[in-house]
Design a protein around this ligand. Structure first.
Ligand code: ATP
Ligand code: MG
Length: 190
């Protein structure tokens, strides 16, 4: 887990996040796990949605946030993809009820992967999203050494030089209930 290179990608707009997701989807294969970290509204679901739309080759694919179902699976052109949002997970033991074992044989996207505890796959690609002003986001990618390019600036939709890595920041600490901000069309009735 230690000593892995960290790659920083500037995401000045939603379309840049979508471009990064499409590029990662083009590389993904069965057995891959992609952990999406970052605060509320950082763009984890936006990334997952673009990933799934690219994987399915369907720009109109409906990808609701799985905040309430905790997991949603999709049959795509690159195989089965499981999309988890573990914010509400009640202990990692409940993961067995959420097809976690099957998911690991497929492609897995996980929002709030800190909930995985010691079930966190060591070979995963971790993408840590940070928010900036307005639509500005930044992604720090760790893992998949030897698979990822040194720079993403040549990827379609991602241009400009990489931004130097900032000092590492901690993940979310204590997480009470997720605010009732409806996840894209979600019915978060308070
Ligand atoms: N550069 C960007 N990348 C990603 N999303 C962006 C960007 N700029 C603006 N947005 C907007 O930010 C919001 C991100 O919401 P999203 O649901 O993806 O966050 P999240 O990290 O999944 O939050 P949560 O922890 O609540 O699940 C969306 O409304 C999206 O359109
Ligand atoms: Mg989300």
């Amino acid at each position: 887990m230690s000593g892995l290179a960290k790659r920083i990608v500037a995401l000045p707009s939603l379309s840049a996040t979508e471009a990064l997701a499409a590029g990662i989807a083009a590389m993904a294969r069965a057995g891959d796990c992609i952990l999406l970290e970052g605060p509320l509204g950082a763009g984890k679901t936006a990334f997952a949605r673009a990933f799934l739309r690219a994987a399915a080759d369907d720009p109109a694919l409906e990808v609701p946030s799985p905040s309430f179902t905790l997991v949603q699976s999709y049959e795509t052109k690159i195989g089965l993809v499981f999309h988890y949002d573990l914010w509400r997970l009640d202990g990692s033991a409940s993961l067995t009820e959420l097809d976690w074992e099957d998911a690991l044989d497929a492609i897995v996207l996980v929002e709030w992967p800190d909930r995985l505890g010691n079930l966190r796959p060591e070979t995963a690609l971790t993408i840590q999203f940070e928010t900036g002003d307005g639509d500005v986001r930044e992604a720090a990618l760790t893992g998949w050494d030897g698979r990822l390019p040194a720079s993403f600036s040549s990827w379609p939709g991602l241009s400009g030089p990489p931004i130097p890595a900032p000092a590492a920041t901690g993940g979310p600490d204590n997480t009470p209930d997720k605010p009732g901000q409806g996840p894209d069309g979600g019915a978060a009735a308070a």
